[in-house]
Design a protein. Structure first.
Length: 219
């Protein structure tokens, strides 16, 4: 599903922040991406979301060489990906419910078909009583959960989560991990970037460890 071959990335004229990265991610697999702060996890997640292009090497996603994708192809490919960014990227003029429902609206679903699913998921992530408020009044942890709900509501083929439990307590972190595991069970390929060793220890999955831009894989 995803293949990196000798991928390198630099920002502008700066040093390479990712170096000689090669790996494969099979459809339906689950992996953690970890490593110290500044090791390049977010940069790698941005490459996977096609928000950046590599400065060298080859990335293939869903059978496409990403360097050959035009800007107009990107939305179609991205629609197959659910993404949880560290800065949440919620739309402030929509309610929490509307933010979570947005990916379904974008693909043309009728509200009557998804309303119950969205409400149920909001309850699951502990936002049942926050669904009609707008993001500016949510706490950091609540925003994070809203962005998680928005990323998983479409049951995407690929889920990319950058520090998805960074703002929640350990009990809620376990609950959110269960949500990702359930999605994985239903067929989604999952990549979770995290510093949280306690979280990783709860699920026996492959670990990609980045250190100073280089990657080691522990199966
Ligand atoms: N937009 C940018 N422009 C220039 N350098 C950047 C940019 N984004 C990240 N970097 C640099 O790339 C390197 C890797 O950063 P990245 O955010 O990918 O690491 P990380 O492992 O996600 O860190 P953290 O765990 O602290 O979020 C760092 O040296 C960082 O300073």
């Amino acid at each position: 599903m995803i293949r990196f071959e000798n991928v390198g990335l630099r920002y502008g004229m700066g040093p390479e922040v990712l170096r000689d990265i090669s790996f494969r991610i099979d459809a339906g697999s689950f992996q953690f991406l970890t490593g110290p702060s500044g090791a390049g996890k977010t940069s790698l997640m941005r490459l996977l979301f096609l928000a950046l292009k590599p400065t060298r090497g080859l990335i293939t996603m869903f059978g496409h060489d990403v360097s050959r994708l035009s800007r107009s192809d990107l939305p179609t490919v991205r629609r197959r990906i659910g993404v949880i960014f560290q800065d949440f990227r919620l739309l402030d003029h929509l309610t929490t419910y509307e933010n979570v429902a947005l990916p379904l609206r974008v693909i043309g679903k009728a509200e009557s078909d998804y309303r119950t699913d969205v409400v149920e998921l909001l309850h699951w992530v502990g936002l049942g009583d926050r669904m009609h408020v707008h993001p500016p009044v949510l706490s950091g942890g609540e925003k994070q959960r809203a962005s998680i709900a928005r990323a998983v509501i479409t049951q995407p083929e690929l889920l990319l989560a950058d520090e998805p439990t960074g703002n929640v307590d350990p009990t809620l972190a376990r609950r959110l991990l269960r949500l990702f595991m359930e999605l994985h069970r239903l067929g989604t390929t999952v990549v979770i970037a995290t510093h949280d060793i306690g979280l990783m220890d709860q699920y026996d999955a492959r670990r990609f460890v980045l250190n100073e831009g280089r990657m080691h894989i522990y199966d």
